[in-house]
Design a protein around this ligand. Structure first.
Ligand SMILES: NC(=O)c1ccc[n+]([C@@H]2O[C@H](COP(=O)([O-])OP(=O)(O)OC[C@H]3O[C@@H](n4cnc5c(N)ncnc54)[C@H](OP(=O)(O)O)[C@@H]3O)[C@@H](O)[C@H]2O)c1
Length: 263
């Protein structure tokens, strides 16, 4: 069964104005799904919508909204109420690098709100809708950073640990209902993430492009509960934690992130 038959006819993608979300929108449209694009930067979404319509001849709707604003979830669900949505890509999120004690508590709070509360509440709404419908898919953008502590982006890593455990738990609860849940765990990926997070140094150079990350996620949906994208990241996520003590991994992870956080 193709992706449109399995998860169509409509998909909702949050964080669609850049990076992984933009790639999800493009690849889902290429697979024949109509897409609802959600993010704050409306002009970017409009430009992407135009491109997708011309290229893939599917329907596209734009919802320029701050998902952290009060009532945002209600606005989103009101706007899609007439659409037969079968796939939700729960992807909007941001990181925050730097020494924990130097970080702005207000920004930490916003990050936790978006990466954890909004991510969970949005997934919950779609999970209920999909269960009733008897079919659907939810992809939660977690991270390789969710597998271990990440000093110098400690709070961000903790939000992604939350996303990972939440998605795995939800996947188990929904098994057999026709609703597939996937925790997407990319390692470093070339998007706007680093700039937004305040990265100051060069990244490791091992980062992936968003295209292959999204393609791997779409292949894994319905087959796995968790996907770590890329072989080097798989090695870290699946094996490093089994081979080395936790304290050693935290120290190594801190050394690597400190360089790019410029702390
Ligand atoms: N890139 C990586 O290395 C990496 C690795 C692992 C996991 N991830 C995860 O992947 C997800 C996507 O990140 P990315 O790498 O694609 O980063 P990105 O290029 O910075 O994209 C983030 C997206 O989230 C949207 N967004 C941020 N705040 C929002 C808000 N309050 N309301 C609505 N939309 C909002 C942004 O759009 P607007 O600014 O227009 O609102 C943008 O479309 C995140 O959850 C991130 O934690 C990324």
């Amino acid at each position: 069964m193709g992706i449109r038959e399995q998860y169509g006819p409509w998909a909702v993608v949050t964080g669609a104005s850049a990076g992984l979300g933009e790639q999800f929108a493009r690849q889902l449209a290429a697979g024949g799904l109509n897409v609802v694009l959600v993010a704050r930067r409306g002009e970017r979404l409009e430009a992407l919508a135009k491109e997708i319509v011309n290229h893939d001849h599917v329907e596209v709707k734009v919802l320029a909204i701050d998902l952290c604003a009060p009532g945002a979830m209600e606005v989103l669900h009101e706007r899609i109420s007439g659409l037969d949505v079968g796939l939700f890509v729960d992807n909007a999120g941001f990181g925050y690098m730097g020494a924990m004690l130097d970080q702005d508590p207000e920004r930490i709070g916003r990050m936790i709100h978006l990466n954890c509360t909004v991510t969970l509440m949005a997934a919950l709404r779609f999970a209920r809708r999909f269960k009733e419908r008897g079919r659907g898919g939810i992809i939660v953008s977690a991270s390789l950073a969710g597998f271990q502590a990440t000093p110098y982006m400690a709070a961000y890593g903790a939000t992604k640990g939350f996303d990972l455990l939440f998605a795995e738990g939800l996947a188990e609860e929904l098994r057999g209902t026709g609703v597939d849940v996937l925790a997407l765990c990319p390692g470093s990926t070339h998007t706007e993430f680093g700039e937004v997070a305040g990265s100051k140094g060069p990244s490791s150079g091992l980062g992936m492009k968003p295209g292959p990350v999204v393609a791997e996620a779409l292949r894994a949906l319905g087959r796995k509960d968790v996907v770590i994208t890329g072989w080097a990241n798989k090695l870290v996520g699946h094996w490093v934690g089994r081979l080395f003590p936790r304290s050693f991994i935290t120290r190594m992870s801190g050394k690597a992130i400190r360089r790019i956080a410029g702390s």
